[in-house]
Design a protein around this ligand. Sequence first.
Ligand code: 3PG
Length: 395
Amino acid sequence: FNTIDDLDLDGKVVLVRVDINVPVENGQVTDATRIEKIVPTVKDIQAKGGIPVLLAHFDRPKGQKVPAMSLHQLIPALEKALGQPVKFSEEAIGGPAKRAVADLKAGDILLLENTRFYPGEEANDPTFAASVAALGQVYVNDAFSAAHRAHASTEGIAKLLPSAAGRLMQAELTALDAALGNPERPVVAIVGGAKVSTKLELLTNLIEKVEHLVIGGGMANTFLVAKGIEVGKSLAERDMADTARAILEKSTATGCTIHLPVDIVVAREFKAHAETETLPADQCPADAMILDAGPQTVAAIKAVFEGARTLIWNGPLGAFEIPPFDAATNAAARDAAALTKAGKLISVAGGGDTVAALNKAGVAGDFTYISTAGGAFLEWMEGKDLPGVLALAKR
Ligand code: 3PG
């Protein structure tokens, strides 16, 4: 695909699809990472003489104009990140949007209203895509984290205008290719989270691609059940035990070693600072639940890291939101960060929970790359083609 370097942007209106779907509480942006990450793209477009017009979705208004989901509320955060005023159009298409674009001068930035206020966006309606495309002369997609959606602003419009990947899109694709597409081996993947059922495709793809797969979180309990181990009152999908067993068996054939917890941290209640016990993985009491991996598991994971060149991480190892059940996730995160800093490991992580856990552990900055994507990161790790990326391919 093209990048910003390949296109003539001088004097042109550049429609830039960004993902600024950030968490907002009481009108305040609580994590501006995604907004900060669009700055290089916007600045590079301006440096080449282009006028950026930002296209984005926010939340899931389902084709309705929901005032609480207006992008207008993000203007202060955008202005802070970009260091200049950002103009706003209350419509993403039609007369008002055309007038807002016609008023732009060199150096301006315009944000269009939430594309998901229009039913044509998620339907990927060609007429809607054409109405948006008519506002500019060039399209830049910088929204890797929305690239798993085949929507008008992420996919349809790329077919209508000269298109390029933005800087964040480039960085995401480069990092992910280095982690799983064409990685330095051995590769270790950590997959955590509550359920096997939601990560089945991921596990199935990874056992084909990586040398080591560490399974953590609630889904590890399902694997313990598959091995005939009792897990008491732990979260486990007993109806997925056969599936988990099939994955364990297949991994032997594909040459992937699956690592399950060897020791567990259990409690009778899931609450902060509950009384805990650390036990061998096959000794969960009938009235207790597994809420984290134990120190021997952390040591085993560290040894796997030390023998690996690349780590790709999606999902926490325990119930990290509530201490002390964040201990294994924090310790493994610190081990990965230290090896990365020492130049021994290439570490890539993605997914909302994972990034929150690494931030909480205070080590996100030491990882080689932290993706801004949640669902898109997962789909990419599952080996799926992302429509927003495919649409950028040169024709
Ligand atoms: C995300 O937050 O992962 C992206 O912005 C996509 O949002 P969506 O899941 O509502 O499509």
